[in-house]
Write a new protein. Structure first.
Ligand SMILES: C[S@@+](CC[C@H](N)C(=O)[O-])C[C@H]1O[C@@H](n2cnc3c(N)ncnc32)[C@H](O)[C@@H]1O
Length: 237
């Protein structure tokens, strides 16, 4: 990571809702208005002082995914989609680690503008960045070998609209954009491993749980962040 890039993120989660079961309250973090406003501020700060803004869940959250990809010998030209790329820092890290077929999408136009600015400044060309609502992806979004999600499913889960419907549409979009045997790597702080398995298992099998820091509180042990690798179960087989 470039030392001029400051990081605010840690494994703590400001996406987390106040409630602890899966019936957590909707939040402004589940709205496009919130993200547009937030990236408008971050874009201005980037232009003023070159700070790229928030790195959700910290740098380790990107490193552990990249380590898994390297251990699995994922080809450097595998097509990778970063769902809800935000400031695009994950794309930047992937590019710096040699991955060459990268696409980032975000439904916030300002996030896409911020990412475009950062990647240009870093001299990283040939990364495809576009405005897309993942819940309604365009026809060209298909056949990705790997889809990465860091915090976006969490944000979508906080939608003040029909949350169940949003989750269903997310899974449907994932099935559409991912290669029939592609990988989906999700990092979440709102959902436990068990909950994520329930949500994604019908069409996806768990390949690996990536180790994340554990906490102890009131005699209980848990993970503040969950990172799972799924593989799509090919419907043709
Ligand atoms: C918590 S931030 C995470 C950003 C980035 N993945 C990261 O790790 O830094 C959630 C991101 O999801 C984007 N987002 C939320 N809903 C989306 C949707 N339906 N389609 C595309 N992007 C979405 C937001 O604009 C925001 O950039």
């Amino acid at each position: 990571m470039d030392p001029s890039v400051s990081t605010h993120g840690s494994e703590d989660c400001s996406l987390q809702s106040t409630e602890t079961d899966d019936d957590f309250a909707p939040s402004k973090l589940g709205t496009k208005e919130y993200w547009d406003e937030s990236y408008k501020r971050e874009l201005q700060t980037y232009k003023d002082i070159g700070d790229v803004g928030e790195i959700w869940f910290g740098e380790e959250s990107m490193d552990r995914v990249i380590r898994w990809m390297e251990a699995e010998n994922i080809p450097k030209n595998a097509s990778i989609l970063d769902i809800g790329t935000g400031n695009g820092i994950f794309l930047m890290e992937l590019a710096k680690n040699g991955y060459s077929n990268l696409t980032g999408i975000d439904y916030s136009k300002t996030a896409v503008e911020l990412t475009t600015n950062i990647l240009k400044e870093e001299g990283l060309k040939n990364i495809n960045i576009q405005v897309e609502d993942f819940l309604n992806p365009s026809a060209e979004m298909k056949n990705f070998d790997i889809c990465i999600d860091k915090g976006t499913f969490d944000a979508i889960s906080l939608s003040p609209e029909d949350r169940e419907e949003a989750k269903k549409r997310y899974v449907g979009s994932l099935r559409t954009v991912l290669h029939p045997e592609g990988f989906f790597i999700v990092t979440s702080c709102n959902w436990t491993k068990e909950q994520l398995l329930q949500i994604f298992r019908p069409g996806f099998e768990l390949v690996k749980e990536l180790p994340t820091p554990r906490f102890q509180f009131g005699g209980m042990t848990g993970n503040s962040v969950t990172a799972l690798v799924f593989k799509q179960i090919n419907p043709q087989i």
